[in-house]
Design a protein around this ligand. Structure first.
Ligand SMILES: Nc1ncnc2c1ncn2[C@@H]1O[C@H](COP(=O)(O)OP(=O)(O)O)[C@@H](O)[C@H]1O
Ligand SMILES: [Mg+2]
Length: 382
């Protein structure tokens, strides 16, 4: 979809901001450019839509050099969102969002419909927001308008230069989640610039690490975390890369899907049997009808009480369980915060799906991937 072929940028003062960059971005992929300030991220991105000219090499878009595409074609194909948001203060929200469609001379009615559709998409009520001016919006709302504007003419390609850089960390996380949701429906090919490695890991299908205008490593987040090519990447990714790796694994992949449980209307005898057969010290308690998690019961209480209802601790899934779609990293912090060594895993509706142990998460966090023994026999024979 986008191909950089030996691209360099030499600024008029002779400074080489980008050196011999080759990179392929596949259709529908989010590629994150990351690196220290001044490493050439913005220069690289702006060469794609020709805001900055290429000095050597070429950039192909669907096989055609972007030198050969007329400006209106570049506008139609490539949306651009930047950190400073760049909304025009004297224009309303709808005028801002409509800029590219207007340049492309769309009919008024089509533009009106498109603006409302986009405001909806980015989570802004069109009726409330379309006639406001940028200064009447919060930073997060302005950022949403910036994204809506970049999507204006429904371009297949989006360039996003630190698009969430100007907002507070909490709003930023919300915008990231929303963006990933939107991307699932719109499926754009995206080049996304950030200097925040956590953002890169979260957003990127692949990550390109730049240093002094050179491409140092181009890999999936998993590979980057597991096999940084050199000390620079290793340091850049961070001392806690093992912990970060937990952000890539879902609880579903790690859980034990055979967590021992009993039904809320079971007899104490049956619950004791399940407990003994499983060789555990406590059981999860679920509803027989819908399999929703209702609490847990331990060995001591089962020995003491004659009815399961009396013996069990009732609890809400949101207080004791983790969702199967949560990341291992989220599960680890929830378990540490709650002081649990084992925790039930539930689906969206709160139905018991399995369990996960603190030990397993810690093992994953502490060890280098090639240090994790695969099976006992493998270890013994090596
Ligand atoms: N017009 C220019 N003339 C000379 N040098 C420039 C110009 N624009 C940017 N640079 C330099 O090129 C390097 C890369 O800049 P930039 O692409 O903006 O980096 P990043 O976005 O990674 O922070 C920096 O050292 C910057 O000072
Ligand atoms: Mg920059």
């Amino acid at each position: 979809m986008i191909e950089f072929k030996n691209v360099s940028k030499i600024y008029p003062n002779g400074f080489r901001a980008v050196s011999n960059l080759s990179l392929h971005v596949a259709k529908g992929e989010v590629v994150v450019l990351i690196g220290p300030s001044g490493c050439g991220k913005t220069t690289t991105m702006r060469m794609v839509n020709r805001l900055i000219s290429v000095s050597e090499g070429e950039i192909l878009i669907e096989g055609v050099s972007n030198q050969d595409l007329p400006p209106e074609e570049l506008r139609r194909q490539i949306g651009y969102a930047i950190q400073q948001i760049g909304l025009f203060p004297h224009m309303t929200v709808s005028q801002n969002v409509a800029i590219v469609p207007r340049m492309l001379k769309w009919e008024d009615e089509r533009i009106r419909r498109r603006v409302d559709e986009l405001l909806d998409l980015v989570g802004l009520d069109p009726d409330i927001n379309r006639d406001k001016y940028p200064r009447q919006l919060s930073g997060g709302q302005q950022q949403r308008v910036g994204v809506a504007r970049a999507l204006g003419a429904d371009p297949p390609i989006m360039l996003m230069d630190e698009p969430f850089g100007a907002v507070d960390p909490i709003t930023r996380e919300v915008l990231q989640e929303e963006f990933l949701q939107i991307q699932q429906t719109v499926e754009k090919t995206i080049i996304f610039v950030t200097h925040d490695i956590d953002e890169a890991i979260k957003m990127g299908d692949r990550i390109a690490i730049l240093r002094d205008g050179r491409l140092i490593q181009y890999d999936t987040p998993e590979t980057l975390l597991e096999h940084p090519v050199d000390r620079f990447v290793r340091d850049f990714v961070g001392a806690d890369r093992q912990l970060k790796r937990l952000g890539l694994v879902s609880v579903r992949e790690l859980m034990d899907a055979h967590a021992p449980y009993c039904y809320m209307d079971d007899t104490v005898e049956r619950a004791r049997n399940v407990l003994r057969d499983a060789g555990v010290r406590s059981l999860f308690v679920v509803d027989r009808d819908d399999h929703k998690l209702r609490g847990w019961v331990n060995q001591e209480a089962l020995a003491y009480y004659n009815s399961l209802i009396d013996a069990m601790h009732e609890a809400l899934p949101s207080d004791i369980a983790v969702r199967e779609r949560a990341t291992a990293r989220e599960a680890l912090s929830a378990m540490i915060a709650r002081g649990f060594r084992i925790t039930p895993v539930v689906d969206r509706e709160g139905r018991l799906k399995g369990s996960i142990r603190l030990e397993d998460l810690q093992t994953l966090a502490i060890f280098e991937p090639d240090e994790i023994p695969k099976t006992p026999t493998e270890t013994a024979s090596s």
